[in-house]
Design a protein around this ligand. Structure first.
Ligand code: COA
Length: 211
């Protein structure tokens, strides 16, 4: 169950501020999701890798890829925030499908509409997403990338436990030619389980009588 709030905000546990609700994105809300995303891409082009003009042309149905796909695809879930009937925020979590990297998830498409910002919605979305990720079997790491001078986002990620493991200079080029750096951040969800060495790597048994 996604917690809702009628009283005190407790965004650290994923509970949104009063009046706001968190839900998993459903097929009948894809048009609202596209509307929110297109608005955020055009208003905050420095914050996203996708460009607003290209994404505006995308059909609504293409966002079905952001619904929970079970074992069939990379998207684990998209969590959305509502104020009344209006979608005001979203976050998507994807999981690497390949065996060797299935312990890694990625956060993409983090956004809170301008008028809902600064109230704890972003922190509630991220905290609740991390709660859901902690319940995913075998998941150990969560990564994301963020434009280095996007202080609101960087502080939010740091407040929720992410730390910087890399920095990519000139990571995105805006339509006006400006080049912006990105920070690469990671959070450890679980300490890795003790590794079981395959038989061939195990210590050879001592033969009887050996000192
Ligand atoms: C970044 C964003 C998601 C934050 O959402 P939000 O709902 O405004 O954030 P919250 O109100 O939950 O704030 C949580 C924490 O984030 C940090 N933060 C948020 N806004 C901030 C600001 N303007 N300046 C500095 N820190 C800020 C603070 O650490 C804050 O904790 P605090 O309130 O205890 O100080 C939102 O500003 C946004 O959508 N921006 C445009 C798109 C974007 O940058 N997306 C991220 C792409 S990586």
């Amino acid at each position: 169950m996604i917690p809702t709030s009628d009283g005190q905000a407790d965004s650290r546990s994923g509970t949104p501020p009063p009046g706001y609700q968190l839900r998993l994105l459903q097929p009948n809300a894809l048009a609202d999701y596209k509307r929110l995303r297109d608005t955020m891409l055009s208003r905050h082009e420095e914050a996203f890798t996708s460009d607003a003009a290209t994404e505006l042309k995308r059909p609504i149905e293409s966002y079905a890829s952001r619904l929970c796909q079970g074992d069939e695809g990379a998207t684990l879930f998209t969590l959305v925030a509502y104020f009344g009937r209006e979608m005001v925020g979203a976050i998507t979590c994807e999981r690497e499908p390949r065996q060797k990297v299935r312990h890694i998830a990625h956060i993409v498409g983090m956004m809170v509409s301008d008028k809902a910002q600064g109230r704890g919605v972003g922190r509630a979305l991220l905290s609740q997403a991390l709660n859901l990720l902690r319940g995913e079997l075998g998941l150990e790491l969560v990564t994301l990338s963020v434009t280095s001078d996007n202080l609101a986002a960087v502080r939010l990620y740091e407040a929720c436990g992410f730390s910087r493991y890399g920095h990519l200079p000139r990571a995105i080029r805006l339509p006006n030619g400006a080049l912006l750096d990105k920070d690469l951040m990671v959070l450890t969800l679980h300490t890795p389980a003790t590794q079981l060495l395959p038989e061939s790597h195990a210590q050879p048994k001592r033969s009887q009588g050996q000192a």
